[in-house]
Design a binder for this molecule. Structure first.
Ligand code: NAD
Length: 270
C-alpha cells in the first residue's frame, strides 16, 4: 500500500486522514496545532515533526490547508524534499492563481500535481463521501469556487426562510418537513440545516461550532467575486452574500460555523 503524507489536520483533514488509515494506508501527518496532532494520533496517523519529515518516502502528498498562501509556503518547503515521482494533491479551497503557482512549484521539481478541492463538509469527510473536483491546471478550483458561491447564497436563503417562518408562527420542523420535500430542497436545508432539531448532525445543534468556519466561507465568496470580475460574469447575489458574510465575520463570528449567519439575520447578538 502507498504511503501518504497528510499536511493540514484541521476540521476536514483529520477525518480524511482517519479514513485513509482505515482503508489500510500508512499515513504520515503534520499540522501546526498540537491538539490536531493528538487527534490524528488517536486515529492511527503517524505524527511527524514537520511537513518536510511527513513527505519523506511518501508516494502521495495531500494538503488540506486554509488558503493559497499556506499551500504555496508548504509546497516551497516540501517539493524539493519529496520522493521522486510523488503525486501532490491539494484539496484545500484556494484562488486559481495560487493553484497555478502550486502546479508550477511541483513541476519545477519534476513532481506531478493536481488541484482537487472537495465538497461535502465535515460530515462528508467523516463518512468518506466527499466529492473531489479533480481538475488539474487549476480547473478544480474554478468548479469549487462556483459551487461555494451557490452554497453561500443558498445558506442565506434557507436562513431567511426560517427567520420568516418564526415571524409567521410556523415551527422549524414544519417548515423543514414541507421545504425538504418541495422545491426549496437543497443541501443547506437537508444536510446542514441552520436551526437545531431537524438535522441532528448540523452545526446548529452544537451552538454553531464548525464545521465550516465563516472565515473560510468569506474567503471562498471573495474568490468567487474576484473570478467573476476578471471573467466579466455578473453575480449580484454572490456579491450580496459576500457583503453579508463580511458583516457577520466583522461582528466577531469568523470562527463560528457559516450557518450561524441565521443569528445575524435574526438580529441576535452572538
Ligand atoms: P481548518 O482551519 O480546520 O484546518 C486547516 C489546518 O491547517 C489547521 O489545523 C491549521 O493548523 C493547518 N495549517 C495551517 N498552516 C499550516 C502549515 N504551514 N503546516 C501544517 N498545517 C498548517 O480548516 P478546514 O475547515 O479543515 O478547511 C481546510 C480547507 O478545506 C480550506 O481551504 C477550506 O476552505 C476547505 N474546505 C472546508 C470545508 C469544511 O466544511 N470545513 C469543506 C470543503 C472545503
Amino acid at each position: 500500500m502507498a504511503t501518504i503524507a497528510f499536511i493540514g489536520l484541521g476540521n476536514m483533514g483529520n477525518p480524511m486522514a482517519a479514513n485513509l488509515v482505515k482503508a489500510g494506508y500508512a499515513v504520515q501527518g503534520f499540522d501546526l496545532v498540537p491538539e490536531n496532532l493528538t487527534i490524528a494520533k488517536e486515529h492511527g496517523v503517524t505524527v511527524m515533526a514537520n511537513a518536510v519529515a511527513a513527505v519523506k518516502d511518501a508516494d502521495v502528498v495531500i494538503t488540506m490547508l486554509p488558503a493559497g498562501k499556506h499551500v504555496l509556503s508548504v509546497y516551497e518547503d516540501i517539493a524539493p524534499k519529496a520522493k521522486k515521482g510523488a503525486l501532490l494533491i491539494d484539496s484545500s479551497t484556494i484562488d486559481v492563481e495560487s493553484a497555478r503557482k502550486a502546479h508550477a512549484i511541483a513541476a519545477r521539481h519534476g513532481l506531478p500535481s493536481i488541484d482537487a478541492p472537495v465538497s461535502g463538509g465535515t460530515g462528508g469527510a467523516t463518512a468518506g463521501t466527499l466529492t473531489f473536483m479533480a481538475g488539474g491546471g487549476a480547473a478544480g478550483q474554478a468548479a469549487k469556487i462556483c459551487n461555494n458561491m451557490i452554497l453561500g447564497i443558498s445558506m442565506i436563503g434557507v436562513a431567511e426562510a426560517f427567520v420568516l417562518a418564526e415571524k409567521l408562527g410556523l415551527s422549524h420542523q414544519a417548515l423543514f418537513d414541507v421545504a425538504s420535500t418541495s422545491s426549496g430542497q437543497c443541501w443547506s436545508l437537508t444536510t446542514y440545516c441552520p436551526v437545531p432539531g431537524p438535522v441532528p448532525a448540523s452545526p446548529a445543534n452544537r451552538d454553531y461550532k464548525p464545521g465550516f468556519a465563516a472565515a473560510l466561507m468569506l474567503k471562498d465568496l471573495k474568490l468567487s467575486q474576484e473570478a467573476a470580475q476578471s471573467a466579466g460574469a455578473v453575480t449580484p447575489l454572490g456579491a450580496e452574500a459576500t457583503q453579508l458574510y463580511a458583516l457577520f465575520n466583522a461582528q466577531g463570528n469568523a470562527g463560528a460555523d457559516f450557518s450561524g449567519i441565521i443569528n445575524f439575520l435574526r438580529g441576535d447578538q452572538t
